[in-house]
Write a new protein. Structure first.
Length: 225
């Protein structure tokens, strides 16, 4: 799986259509967040996911920590992929892998100021149970692990790409202006963005999405040439 572009934080059907019309195939839905402040209702997410074509993917972004709970919720939503953003144990990851070989599992690697070694060890420990890793950026001011709009040390991401036997999706503060350089430096298999594609009104901006895709495709072509 190469050169995937995911857009996360879809807030409604209109936004999903805009993103799909732009040519993006992977849509991320953060649901049942610990904050309780989901941007979309589960029923609207289900309706959007139901209408996706086989080459498109609805991705549940979740902090759930138990394999049974993740599996049940994925079935309810009809998603074929899940992005596990919490500190799920290796045991539960292994259980999820065993019970749901059909589910595409992404495990987050949330980069902090000083946790590179910890993340490299996590890659070694759980790689066999996941299909892809996804980096993200920790915000020490709020404790948030996702949708922070912040970049992190890309040398850490590049090291994670080199270490991982599984492909890596790069996320964390990507936007139309930095995505090409991020891809050149980190050489990920996939990229994801959320807040960097929003306009002042908090909705995804078609011009930003178009530029993001153009810049990303150019850089992917360079690194795979
Ligand atoms: O997207 C969210 O709202 C979200 C909330 C809580 C945890 C993770 C979340 N999203 C995960 C993603 O894949 C985001 O796109 C990723 O965090 C990058 O966000 P940004 O830095 O704003 O591009």
């Amino acid at each position: 799986m190469k050169n995937i572009i995911q857009v996360a934080g879809i807030i409604d059907t209109k936004e999903a259509q805009l993103v799909l019309d732009s040519g993006i195939d992977w849509l991320g839905f953060p649901l049942r967040l610990p904050s309780g402040k989901d941007d979309i209702t589960e029923s609207e997410a289900i309706n959007i996911i139901k209408q996706l074509t086989p080459n498109q993917a609805g991705v549940l972004i979740s902090y759930m920590l138990e394999a049974d709970e993740v599996s049940t919720f994925c079935s309810q939503l009809g998603v074929k992929a899940v992005q596990l953003h919490g500190d799920i144990t290796t045991k539960e990851l292994a259980k999820l892998r065993a019970m749901r070989p059909d589910l595409f599992i992404l495990k987050s690697l949330v980069v902090k100021e000083d946790n590179a070694e910890e993340l490299l060890s996590l890659v070694d420990e759980v790689a066999e149970y996941v299909d892809m890793f996804i980096t993200d950026t920790f915000d020490p001011r709020t404790g948030a692990k996702g949708a922070t709009g912040l970049t992190h040390n890309w040398e850490v991401s590049a090291e994670l790409v080199r270490r991982s036997p599984k492909p890596l999706m790069m996320a964390g503060g990507l936007n139309p202006d930095n995505v090409a350089e991020a891809i050149r430096q980190v050489r990920p298999a996939a990229i994801d963005a959320h807040t960097g594609l929003e306009g002042a009104d908090g909705r995804k901006d078609p011009a930003k999405i178009a530029k993001f895709i153009a810049e990303a495709e150019k850089a992917f072509a360079e690194i795979t040439a």
